[in-house]
Design a binder for this molecule. Structure first.
Ligand SMILES: NC(=O)c1ccc[n+]([C@@H]2O[C@H](COP(=O)([O-])OP(=O)(O)OC[C@H]3O[C@@H](n4cnc5c(N)ncnc54)[C@H](OP(=O)(O)O)[C@@H]3O)[C@@H](O)[C@H]2O)c1
Length: 243
């Protein structure tokens, strides 16, 4: 069996990843999402608000209970959940939204990576972490200070975990992966911003009008294929468009 832990599976890329993971009967899925606990295709969904570190710790305890005593050929953590808001120049950004952005996009993935490394130490022969990052973590975008900073932080945290992994008894493959532009609700948020809050808004509206956005399912398929081929590793920071 393979274990997949995926965050943010209610829609967008996370939903597409979860549905594809569930197609393989050899996979066990644990989905972490802001939706009630429920069985889902391939496994179970556990309800958690990733912005709440206490709730996240409790969810990790529950994952640990679920996998206790099991042995997996492979365990994969996909930190997918994300938020782009606040979209505004820093001085106009809502402070609570800014803190929430960093909590969901950076703090939660780091906490989850730490717990994943501990809880799967002897539970899986092969371990992989895929952090869904963004090109926005690698270049500044007007109005996206929180999102850019969080994704840049996620890239660097991934690089550190990749470095630390080199001295592990069993190495862990780590990738902070920019997925390209995907046709999800997050892009809708971006396109609805006022030009004074987001200077590139017209470019993003044009990309949608030109059909330049990829479907979440196509992107999920590419990510899982590259993962299965063992190509999501290295020094930690990758771009799907270059693989
Ligand atoms: N779309 C793009 O063009 C693009 C480009 C580069 C990178 N990315 C990255 O790709 C990933 C997926 O984004 P997407 O485009 O699929 O976005 P999306 O459609 O907005 O979906 C985001 C997912 O994250 C979940 N989420 C947000 N805040 C959460 C919280 N506090 N607790 C639990 N779950 C939470 C959402 O759940 P709820 O339904 O509960 O809100 C939803 O399932 C993100 O990391 C994003 O930064 C996207």
């Amino acid at each position: 069996m393979n274990l997949y832990i995926v965050t943010g599976t209610t829609r967008g890329l996370g939903e597409a990843l979860a549905l594809r993971i569930a197609r393989d009967a050899d996979n066990e899925l644990i989905a972490l999402a802001r939706a009630p606990d429920a069985p889902v295709p391939g496994g179970a969904r556990l309800e958690v608000d990733l912005a709440d570190p206490v709730a996240l710790a409790a969810a990790c305890d529950r994952i640990e209970q679920r996998i206790r005593g099991k042995r997996y050929a492979k365990a994969v953590l996909v930190n997918n959940a994300g938020v782009v808001a606040p979209v505004a120049p820093l001085e106009a950004a809502d402070p609570a939204e800014l803190a929430r952005n960093l909590a969901v996009n950076l703090v939660a993935p780091m906490l989850l990576m730490g717990r994943f490394l501990r809880m799967t130490e002897s539970a899986a022969m092969l371990r992989r972490i895929i952090n869904i990052s963004s090109g926005a973590g690698r270049r500044p975008i007007f109005g996206w200070s929180a999102y850019c900073a969080a994704k840049a932080g996620l890239d660097m945290a991934s690089r550190v975990v990749a470095l630390e992994s080199q001295s592990r008894r069993r190495p862990v493959e780590v990738a902070s992966l920019a997925p390209g532009v995907i046709d999800t609700a997050m892009q809708g948020v971006v396109r609805s911003a006022a030009p004074e809050d987001f200077a590139d808004v017209e470019r993003f509206r044009k990309m949608k009008a030109d059909g330049a956005l990829r479907s979440p399912d196509d992107v999920a398929a590419d990510i899982l294929r590259l993962e299965a081929e063992g190509r999501l590793k290295g020094e930690g920071v990758l771009d799907l468009r270059e693989l």
